[in-house]
Design a protein around this ligand. Structure first.
Ligand SMILES: [Fe+2]
Length: 159
C-alpha cells in the first residue's frame, strides 16, 4: 500500500471512531437534564461490550455492572428452568442520572429470550424468565447502563 492510500485509510478509521463516540454521547444524553451524569460518563466503556476480566479480582465497575445469572448448570432435555438475571454483585444505582436502562437475555445461538426496559427509579433491574431447554446452550445476559455501557455475562446450561 502506498503512503497516500495508507493516509486515506487512516482518515476513514479515525472517522469511524468519531462516529462511535458520537453514538455513545447520544445514548448517554438520552432523557432529560443529565448534564451532571454526562460529565461522569466513561465513553471508553461504550466502545465495546464489557465483561469481567478476573472474577477473583473484580473492579468496582465490574461488581456493579456485570450481570449475575442464576440458573442450574445441569438440566434435563425439555426441562423448563428459571433463569434469573440481576445486575452486579453490588447493587447498581437506579436514579434519574444513573440507571440500568435495560437487560437483554438470549442464547449463544442467537435465540432471543427477553428484552426488558426499566424505569429509572422505583425498580430493581432483575429479570426472571423460564426457558425450555431443548439442548445444551449458553445463556447470555447483557445489562445496559446509561453511563457505563453494555456489560455481558454467560452461563452454560448442559443437557
Ligand atoms: Fe453504571
Amino acid at each position: 500500500m502506498n503512503q497516500k492510500a495508507d493516509m486515506t485509510r487512516r482518515k476513514v478509521l479515525v472517522g469511524g471512531a468519531a462516529a462511535a463516540v458520537a453514538a455513545a454521547a447520544t445514548l448517554v444524553t438520552t432523557g432529560s437534564a443529565l448534564a451532571a451524569g454526562y460529565k461522569t460518563a466513561d465513553l471508553g466503556l461504550f466502545s465495546a461490550i464489557n465483561r469481567v476480566k478476573d472474577a477473583a479480582n473484580m473492579t468496582g465497575l465490574e461488581k456493579k455492572h456485570a450481570p449475575v445469572i442464576k440458573a442450574p448448570a445441569k438440566v434435563s432435555k425439555g426441562e423448563t428452568v428459571a433463569v434469573t438475571v440481576s445486575v452486579g454483585v453490588l447493587p447498581h444505582p437506579m436514579t434519574d442520572a444513573h440507571w440500568i436502562e435495560r437487560v437483554r437475555i438470549f442464547t449463544e445461538e442467537g435465540g432471543a429470550v427477553a428484552d426488558v426496559s426499566f424505569a429509572r427509579t422505583g425498580v430493581a433491574p432483575v429479570v426472571t424468565v423460564n426457558i425450555v431447554v431443548g439442548a445444551s446452550t449458553t445463556v447470555v445476559a447483557q445489562a445496559f447502563c446509561n453511563l457505563h455501557g453494555i456489560w455481558e455475562s454467560r452461563h452454560s446450561l448442559s443437557v
